[in-house]
Design a protein around this ligand. Structure first.
Ligand code: C2E
Ligand code: MG
Ligand code: MG
Length: 730
């Protein structure tokens, strides 16, 4: 406040006339006036003191200057802030002088080297009301200065010590600038990029200048809102994943952490950007691998199942049809075996590619298992559409492939199940299409087949057989029946073939043709074969010494690896001499051309066991099989014997086999002899041995003993008539 002392005295009224009383009155008046003045001065001092006390408790420094810039009043904080130069200011001193002295003493490091200029700037600021600026003092403190003009042309100056704030800001800058995590600060209102750190520049490839011309939205790939949209918390970092575009146009996935703050005096958002592109890619790769077949890149069974269910839903809603086709390659194993797995893999890739390119975009092809593919075709009106597709697929797959310089041709078959008729959910439809495929393969390869309800019934009864058979084998319920083998020259029974019989509790006697394949598929054949061998040898051990027993072996029994020891053990346990045992094998066993199989056969033969080739002439008959192993017997398949009377070719084949046998020194046995005319024909051709209903069906052991007794009885009475006797029994 202006000092009381400086105030001009009140004008007094002029004194009238002369005289003592007037003087006394005047003196009185003066005394009064002085008292008034003193009272007023005391009052003014008091309010000045009050004011000083008041401003002293303010946390900011405060200073009052008059219109000439002279110090009038300042508070403790002001003196404290300028403690080094507080010796300079006193009432009436001019600010500009104290500043100058301060500059000369080095109180203001910013002025060093440009003292006059700095003082001029400082004084200009002094008279620019409302301007704020910062000042650094020689001890490093930073002071915020704000100055205002008062009504009488003086100045009120405010000083705030912002050293701590500045330090915080500096550490924030350090944390921001040198942070390895890319960071961006955006204006909250217009989303302009206000600042970026070095890591962001390096990661995005935009220069700092380019960045500062962008908004956060302009570098977002898809998202139409800023990453802090809808986030109302100012205090916490909130994270989201986002896609950004880098300067070179590549996209990156980010986890963005955002937090609101004040930056350069405006509301802003700090974004910390974690690049998760690699993680996302790895996740996507894993997800792809979980859904696709690694070799062909086609969807796998899980995806297929889901897709079928989706299609089924769609067909129900739109009253349409859909087809599920399963395409199986024919003899794919042979490609693997002969050309190697590398070429096999390439072939599968080639097939997958052709299937894919034969289909419409919306049809799915998936890999089901090693050599089977499933195709889903939706939006059909009639089954014929599926036929057209099946034909196109077979044609496309059937064209030859050139793989590593080899030209490879592979056939295929297709099974078709139609929805909704053949199944209303994926598993059922897949099962039915697979049944149709196996029908197509059995009928003739290279074709397609539709599912029929009766296939399902068959499959179910097969399943039941499997369950029952397991029980029967475990319970040792199977029995060999014996069918005689007859010497056609003498009519004598030379031996019996053991044929397995399964007395089923509900279905009666079940034919081996029905359950042997099931036993082979389920692996039960080893147990079953072992049981038959044991029973047959045990039974035969009690027959006359010149009567042999023939036991059928499945190729799978050779794979078990212990066949030789099983035979040796069985012979030992039952006491049957090896020469009385015949083992019947089929050509399929030799198809594998495995040295282990041949070694086992040779070892068995070395024991004295005889080896017969069963069903000769069917399947893959190759004369080379006869050369690869010295068989003791060849059994001509019954299909040739049946046609003997009517078909000259059959007769020619039987004749050829018989002379082949003679040449090789191998016994020839005709299977399935049913009529006298067949018998006489075989005799005329010089066939040594026969087997068939004409002589006898297979019978339980109890009856065999009787049959053999009868034979020995006939032997003693009329030798050579056993055949007639046997036929009689049959
Ligand atoms: P296979 O070894 O060729 O046996 C001959 C089959 O022809 C037997 O059928 C027999 O009953 C039948 N058969 C015999 N004479 C005639 C005839 O004059 N006319 C007709 N139409 N058929 C005749 P089965 O017993 O049904 O056996 C079928 C096949 O099952 C056998 O053919 C054999 O491959 C297999 N099998 C039988 N028992 C066993 C066994 O214990 N183990 C193995 N692995 N397979 C067996
Ligand atoms: Mg046989
Ligand atoms: Mg046979």
């Amino acid at each position: 406040m202006a000092r009381r002392a400086g105030r001009p005295a009140k004008p007094r009224p002029k004194l009238p006339g002369n005289g003592g009383p007037r003087i006394a009155a005047v003196a009185n008046d003066i005394a009064l006036t002085r008292m008034e003045a003193e009272a007023a001065i005391a009052e003014a001092r008091k309010s000045h003191e009050r004011l000083r006390e008041a401003i002293d408790i303010l946390p900011q420094g405060i200073v009052f200057l008059d219109a000439e810039g002279r110090y009038i009043l300042w508070n403790k904080k002001y003196a404290e802030i300028y403690n080094r130069s507080s010796d300079l200011f006193e009432h009436g001193a001019r600010l500009q002088d104290t500043i100058r002295v301060g500059v000369e003493r080095g109180d203001y490091p910013e002025a060093a080297g440009r003292e006059e200029e700095w003082i001029a700037e400082r004084l200009t600021k002094l008279y620019q009301p409302g301007e704020r600026h910062e000042q650094t003092l020689s001890d490093g403190r930073c002071i915020l200065i704000e100055e205002r003009l008062t009504g009488d042309g003086g100045i009120i100056g405010l000083r705030v010590d912002i050293t701590e704030l500045k330090q915080r800001e500096a550490s924030f800058r350090l944390l921001f600038d040198s942070n390895p995590v890319p960071m961006i600060v955006c204006a909250l209102d217009d989303e302009r990029i206000l600042g970026v750190n070095d890591a962001a520049i390096e990661h995005y490839g935009y220069s700092r200048e380019e960045f500062e011309k962008l908004t956060i939205r302009s570098i977002q790939a898809f998202e139409s809102e800023p990453p802090w949209a809808g986030d109302h918390s100012n205090d916490e970092f909130t994270a989201r994943t986002w896609k950004h575009v880098r300067a070179d146009g590549t996209l990156i996935d980010l986890a963005i952490y955002s937090r609101q703050l004040i930056y350069a005096d405006q509301p802003a958002v700090l974004l910390a950007l974690m690049d998760i592109t690699e993680r996302k890619r790895a996740e996507a790769r894993l997800a792809f691998m979980a859904q696709h077949d690694a070799l062909t890149g086609l969807p796998n069974r899980n995806v297929l199942r889901q897709h079928i269910d989706d299609i089924l839903l769609h067909t129900r809603r739109n009253a349409e049809k859909a087809a599920l086709l399963i395409l199986g390659l024919d003899n794919f194993k042979a490609v693997n075996d002969t050309l190697g797995h590398g070429i096999g893999d390439n072939l599968l890739r080639g097939v997958a590619k052709r299937l894919r390119s034969t289909l419409r975009e919306e049809d799915m092809v998936a890999r089901l298992n090693s050599d089977e593919f499933a195709i889903v075709q939706g939006g059909l009106t009639r089954p014929e559409d599926a036929v057209l597709l099946a034909r196109r697929l077979l044609e496309a797959v059937g064209e030859s492939y050139v793989l590593d310089g080899h030209s490879v041709v592979i056939g295929a078959s297709v099974g078709i199940a139609m929805a909704p008729g053949d199944g209303d959910e994926s598993e059922k439809l897949l099962k039915h299409a697979a049944m149709a495929l196996s029908r197509a393969k059995n009928d003739s390869r290279g074709t397609f087949s539709f599912f029929e309800a009766e296939m399902d019934a068959r499959a179910q009864s097969r399943r039941k057989i499997e369950i029952d058979l397991r029980e029967a084998v475990q319970g040792d319920m199977l029995r060999p029946y014996y069918q005689p083998l007859v010497d056609l020259a003498t009519g004598r029974i030379t031996g019996f073939e053991a044929l397995v019989r399964w007395p089923h509790p509900e279905r009666g006697m079940i034919s081996p043709a029905e359950f042997i394949p099931v036993a082979e598929e389920t692996g039960l054949i080893n147990a079953l074969g072992g049981q038959m061998l044991h029973r047959a040898c045990a039974d035969a051990a009690l027959w006359p010494d010149d009567v042999r027993v023939a036991v059928n072996l499945s190729p799978l029994q050779f794979r078990s690896g212990n066949l030789l020891s099983l035979v040796m053990e069985t012979l030992k346990q039952t006491g049957l001499p090896a020469r009385r045992l015949e083992l019947e094998i089929t050509e399929t066993l030799l198809l594998e051309k495995s040295s282990q199989v041949l070694a086992t056969l040779h070892a068995l033969r070395a024991l004295g066991v005889r080896i017969s080739m069963d069903d000769f002439g069917t399947g893959y008959s190759s004369l080379s099989y006869l050369r690869s192993f010295p068989f003791d017997k060849i059994k001509v398949d019954q299909s040739f014997v049946r046609d003997l009377g009517t078909n000259p070719e059959a007769q020619a084949i039987v004749r050829a086999i018989i002379s082949l046998g003679a040449g090789l020194g191998v016994t020839i046995t005709a299977e399935g002899v049913e009529t006298e005319s067949e018998l006489s024909c075989l005799r005329a051709e010089g066939c040594q041995e026969g087997q068939g209903f004409l002589f006898s069906r297979a019978r339980p052991n109890a009856e065999i003993v009787g049959l053999l007794k009868a034979q020995s009885g006939v032997d003693s009475a009329a030798p050579g008539d056993a055949v007639a006797k046997a036929a009689l029994v049959a």
